[in-house]
Write a protein of this length. Structure first.
Length: 296
């Protein structure tokens, strides 16, 4: 029976993650203070892209503020030419999983931008089988993100991966699906139900038919897309609560320019952090209203 009535108390806690995307390391001291004051459990970033000094600073701030790390893996880099060779992606994945393990008790889990969208079925299968073997060998929890440019860049590719590898766990960023498909997935309920059962981490950013990040989800023009996102997030939460997961992790991943809107003078017209705060507060309240107390 689906738990859909309001005020059904759950043991599943609503925990929030703050992305460090777009936050310059020179401002991390102040940013971490704000993150703690806002009640976040963890931060997410790709430590493999940090300098040695930035990495030391990150560890120091995590320890100081008793925050955890979501280590974001890129099996090829966004600032370099694309890598198409399967073995290269596998090698990078294992290297970065091992690097994540170096964070010890500070590590919450790994979120992986996995593979290459142009692979055929055989290549994709070889990659994910290797990923699962690596996860098991190193005893690291990895969630694979639904993301453009990656293996699971559309819902049908994701479906085929999950049917072959049902043990995979996901980070759901459906904003990418919205822009790839140019619709809200209401006509793909079987696929969304399959996905919802595998999701452990939500990137709760509202996308639309022409962009993976709407400028301001509070604007009524995006109301339908916000509602479509929340219908899917609700399905994911239902599955997590039914399973009795200790926590659901939610990150309102609104990023810097060019993802957010800027004026002709380069000024940011809507602060991504303000949008993040609004989305987090809204979804936290919705979770509590739907499932009962979610406080830690």
């Amino acid at each position: 029976k689906m738990i859909s009535e309001a005020n059904q108390t759950t043991t599943t806690k609503f925990r929030t993650v703050k992305t460090l995307w777009g936050i310059d390391s020179s401002t991390w001291e102040q940013a971490f203070e704000r993150i703690v004051q806002s009640g976040y459990t963890a931060v997410e970033c790709p430590p493999h892209l940090l300098s040695t000094e930035e990495r030391k600073q990150l560890i120091s701030l995590l320890e100081k503020h008793e925050l955890l790390l979501v280590y974001q893996v890129h099996t090829d880099r966004y600032d370099q030419p694309r890598v198409k060779n399967v073995d290269d992606h596998i090698s990078t994945f294992e290297q970065l999983v091992l690097d994540a393990s170096e964070f010890g008790d500070l590590l919450l889990f790994v979120n992986s931008h996995s593979g290459y969208d142009g692979w055929n079925h055989q290549q994709r299968s070889a990659f994910f089988q290797a990923c699962l073997d690596i996860e098991e060998r190193h005893k690291i929890t990895v969630f694979h993100e639904t993301h453009r440019r990656r293996c699971m860049f559309n819902p049908w590719a994701m479906r085929d991966v999950l049917l072959e590898f049902p043990q995979l766990k996901l980070t759901a960023d459906i904003s990418h699906f919205f822009v790839v498909m140019q619709n809200n997935l209401d006509d793909e309920q079987d696929i969304i139900d399959l996905m919802a059962d595998k999701v452990r981490f939500i990137h709760g950013r509202v996308g639309g038919p022409t962009m993976s990040q709407v400028p301001d989800p509070q604007n009524p023009i995006w109301e339908d897309w916000n509602a479509a996102s929340e219908r899917i997030w609700d399905m994911i939460w239902e599955k997590q609560v039914e399973r009795g997961d200790p926590a659901t992790y939610f990150e309102a991943e609104y990023g810097p320019p060019p993802y957010c809107i800027i004026g002709l003078d380069g000024e940011v017209l809507k602060d991504p952090w303000e949008v993040t705060d609004w989305q987090i507060q809204r979804e936290s309240q919705r979770f509590e209203d739907r499932f009962g107390s979610n406080k830690l």
